[in-house]
Design a protein around this ligand. Structure first.
Ligand SMILES: *Cc1c(COP(=O)(O)O)cnc(C)c1O
Length: 378
């Protein structure tokens, strides 16, 4: 039994995106600096695409390292057969540290507290664990503050069961060309790198760039870049890119019913759409329980028979309704919610457009796609 609303994930597109990114990183001249390696971010169920299949495809396509949000996500990747290094970004304090050792994960140390916890756990097992150190250069969430490193870092470096493998930072505003914080964070990270070099005697491996920063400034590529969104074929708004990326996911359904409305009749909860003229609505079996935002009502579109049909009336838990007045629509017709239905530019709906229509970001659109929706891989 397959529900009519399905997400198709094109693993070939994901692999092609990995290769396109690698080509882009190799092409850009950087005064002789080596080509950065690729840390592929597959947190949050690979941005809703399905972590296990996507991670294996990305690994096979040649990503050097995979990264996820917490130990639990990383353990799921190992169980799925991922053998590449896996960097765990954060949330160590609420996770079971055993996973780091049992599954060979690379933790990020983001606080002195986390350093002590990992050091103690490694000492108990009699092993030395390699870690990445996160430096806070202006995001002000996790990480050692850059200006405090001279006294916060020495005790961590002195821990006999911890070995520093890399340092990194994370940009708060890489997608905003107007915001000076991006350049400030780069300068702070460069200065912090020098402090680490002084304290350790060598320049550690460094990484900083999320998707937006990867597109914007090759100076922040350092030794590795850390894109997420780009891997899935979505360019962070408002940026544009010439990298040939393909959207990896489409979301499709089928019309389950077609209903004629007389003038003055309304459809759905709250009577939010009232027909002024005789109207026809098509009912599509996908709703907010599938991750489709209620704000799409009156703002979003779907494609039916190659045409854009506006979403009207309230998006409900399991259904949404679209205005197909004047169109020949029948139950069973294909509906595209994200994806394309024809070759014209207006016959494509993507996560970026959907996000813009409702005032959110494309990351949220794909990550929220419900677990009830089956992911079909090709
Ligand atoms: C999510 C995340 C990324 C990837 O961000 P994108 O904007 O999707 O490229 C990179 N680094 C860290 C630390 C992250 O949490």
């Amino acid at each position: 039994m397959i529900r009519s609303t399905v997400a198709r994930v094109d693993l070939g597109a994901v692999a092609a995106n990995v290769r396109a990114l690698r080509d882009y990183l190799a092409r850009e001249p950087r005064n002789g600096a080596p080509v950065p390696s690729l840390i592929a971010v597959v947190k949050a169920n690979a941005y809703g695409h399905g972590a296990e299949r996507v991670a294996l495809a990305i690994e096979a396509a040649g990503a050097d390292t995979l990264a996820c949000a917490d130990i639990e996500e990383a353990v799921a990747l190992r169980r799925a057969g991922v053998r590449a290094p896996i960097l765990v970004f954060g949330a160590l304090s609420i996770s079971d540290l055993d996973g780091i050792f049992e599954y060979g994960l690379t933790p990020t140390i983001t606080t002195p507290w986390a350093a002590r916890a990992v050091q103690e756990a490694a000492a108990r097992r009699g092993v030395v664990i390699e870690y990445h150190l996160k430096i806070d250069t202006g995001m002000h969430r996790l990480g050692f503050r850059d200006e405090n490193l001279r006294w916060t870092l020495p005790p961590v470096l002195a821990s006999s069961h911890l070995r520093l493998q890399a340092i990194y930072t994370h940009f708060a505003s890489a997608d905003d060309a107007e915001n000076p914080l991006f350049a400030e964070q780069r300068e702070r990270f460069d200065a912090a790198s020098e402090v680490v070099r002084e304290l350790t005697g060598l320049m550690p491996m460094r990484h900083a760039a999320n998707s937006a920063a990867t597109l914007r400034d090759s100076r922040v590529w350092y030794d590795a870049v850390r894109p997420g969104l780009l891997l899935y074929g979505i360019v962070p708004p408002p940026l544009a890119s010439t990298i040939p990326l393909q959207p990896a996911m489409s979301l499709t359904s089928r019309v389950v019913a077609v209903k004629g409305l007389r003038p003055g009749e309304a459809v759905g909860y709250g009577c939010r759409f009232v027909a002024q003229e005789p109207a026809t609505v098509a009912v599509v079996p996908a709703g907010y329980a599938d991750g489709l935002d209620t704000r799409l009502s009156g703002r979003g579109h779907v494609l039916i028979r190659g045409r854009r049909a506006p979403i009207v009336g309230a998006v409900s838990m399991d259904m949404l309704t679209v205005d197909v007045t004047g169109m020949e629509v029948s139950p069973g017709d294909d509906v595209v919610i994200i994806g394309r239905q024809g070759d014209e530019s207006w016959q494509q709906l993507d996560a970026r457009e959907m996000a813009a229509a409702i005032g959110t970001i494309p990351w949220e659109i794909v990550c929220r796609l419900g677990s009830r929706i089956e992911r079909q891989y090709s």
